[in-house]
Design a protein around this ligand. Structure first.
Ligand SMILES: Cc1cc2nc3c(=O)[nH]c(=O)nc-3n(C[C@H](O)[C@H](O)[C@H](O)COP(=O)(O)OP(=O)(O)OC[C@H]3O[C@@H](n4cnc5c(N)ncnc54)[C@H](O)[C@@H]3O)c2cc1C
Length: 422
């Protein structure tokens, strides 16, 4: 499908596609065949190759070693790396690292950029974004945040209990969402505090086991449950303006949601490619399975929806380069997540038992994609945002005329029907 992305976007994506076809997909096939994981050393080799090909960290400015692409231009490259579970990692464009880089680049101080952002981009450091908490803390409703950071002299004292901090087990530092002014509404009194992992009081409790969890990468840092017990860091570790944590998180998540859409749409495309190849080769009931109309209809619907999702993401990315694009991003997130889930289910069905075998990547995709409807805001929360917008400025004149007309007519009829002395 031709999307008329900018020349620059197409040029970089073409090189990313070649890198995926020549290096990443063969490596992934080898891993699936042997059941091995990629070691940190192998990942570092992939990074070197990506750097040699000028593909590394497309989302970051060139001064930090990235490609300096905006959202609209990085989009086709992210779709390409999404075709493999190790694709985004191989060019350092994986969540949550990419979102955390984006946050530090947007609002970090020069010192934070030198000490944390530069090594983060280069893969010398890794990071976690610590927002979600166990019951009854912040989750779908982030206003329920319980973690606090209270000033004591020139230090923050952080206390709280988080979980699902992606890559948390291996992280060198965390961006912790904490309430810093308890008298304010959470939206006005929450800040992001950078906490180095080695700080006293940081307690890594466990990695949360979950559906899918393909252990293709040794370097994948799991989803950590973490306690912050009287953790002291300097007030200079505030990331962005104090009290603006939610606004900054929103900027981070807006971009993060779109990059997830881009990567997962690449994954759905590959699952469809594999399914179509299988259906074209496999015979049953007197013909290729690809000739069965029930399957063809479903593949046609899947192709259509994937195309619609990609168009929507492209529109949202262009808007996000100009503004907050909250509604466009919410629509893209919920639509793409559902389309990718539908497609992965269809792919498993088309492949028969091969759909759930580890010989192909589709089983791992299937396990991985379900969480996309939950993280970075579950479906219902995005629909809530979209509905709130939809009910703003409702044009009541659309019904006023009809209802007044009815009302007048009914009153007239009642008057006519009523006995004179009633
Ligand atoms: C793979 C994965 C990676 C993650 N990575 C991170 C990370 O790096 N950092 C981090 O901080 N968090 C992370 N999370 C956590 C994730 O962001 C939260 O799980 C998500 O915000 C939902 O919060 P919750 O699990 O507490 O669900 P709850 O808030 O308990 O909600 C449960 C369900 O209720 C429904 N619901 C909620 N609100 C409404 C409503 N208003 N109307 C109707 N229905 C509603 C939804 O279906 C929702 O799924 C990750 C989660 C997963 C699965």
């Amino acid at each position: 499908m031709e999307y008329h992305d900018s020349e620059k976007a197409q040029e970089v994506a073409g090189r990313v596609e070649a890198f995926m076809d020549e290096v990443v997909l063969p490596l992934e096939r080898e891993m699936l065949a042997t059941g091995d994981t990629i070691s940190n050393d192998e990942l570092a080799e992939l990074w070197e190759m990506a750097k040699e090909r000028d593909l590394f960290a497309p989302q970051m400015p060139e001064e930090y070693g990235g490609q300096g692409l905006d959202f609209a231009d990085m989009l086709p490259s992210f779709e390409q790396v999404g075709r493999s579970l190790i694709g985004a990692h191989s060019i350092r464009a994986n969540a949550p690292q990419e979102g955390n880089m984006h946050t530090l680049e947007m609002v970090g101080t020069e010192e934070q950029k030198e000490e944390y952002l530069r090594p983060l981009v280069q893969g010398e450091m890794t990071s976690g974004f610590s927002m979600t908490e166990p019951m009854q803390g912040g989750g779908s409703d982030p206003k329920m945040l319980q973690t606090t950071a209270i000033k004591d002299g020139d230090e923050w004292v952080v206390n709280g209990h988080k979980w699902w901090t992606s890559d948390g087990w291996d992280a060198d530092f965390f961006l912790v969402m904490a309430r810093t002014d308890l008298d304010e509404h959470p939206y006005a009194g929450t800040s992001i505090i950078l906490v180095p992992r080695e700080t006293e009081g940081v307690e890594l409790v466990r990695n949360v086991g979950h559906l899918g969890a393909p252990e293709l990468l040794e370097a994948s840092g799991g989803h950590a449950e973490i306690k912050y017990n009287d953790v002291r860091v300097p007030v200079e570790n505030t990331v962005g303006e104090e009290g603006k944590g939610f606004q900054i998180a929103q900027m981070r998540l807006g971009g993060g949601r779109l990059t997830h859409c881009m990567r997962y749409s690449g994954m759905a495309e590959r699952a469809l490619e594999i399914s179509k190849a299988y259906l074209s080769e496999r015979e049953g009931f007197g013909s290729d399975l690809a000739e069965k109309q029930t399957l063809r209809q479903r593949i046609a619907d899947a192709e259509t929806k994937l195309h619609m999702a990609r168009c929507g993401v492209r529109h949202a990315a262009r808007e996000l380069d100009r503004s907050e694009a909250r509604i466009e991003v919410a629509m893209s997130k919920v639509y793409t997540a559902n389309v990718c889930n539908e497609i992965m289910d269809l792919a498993v069905q088309c492949l028969g038992a091969n759909g759930v075998a580890n010989d192909l990547p589709v089983a791992a995709f299937y396990g991985d994609v379900r969480a996309f409807r939950l993280f970075d805001g579950p479906d219902e929360v995005h629909r809530r945002t979209i509905a709130r917008h939809a009910f703003e400025d409702v044009a009541t004149e659309e019904i006023e005329h009809a209802l007044r007309f009815d009302e007048d007519r009914i009153v007239d009829e009642l008057k006519r029907e009523a006995p004179a002395d009633d």
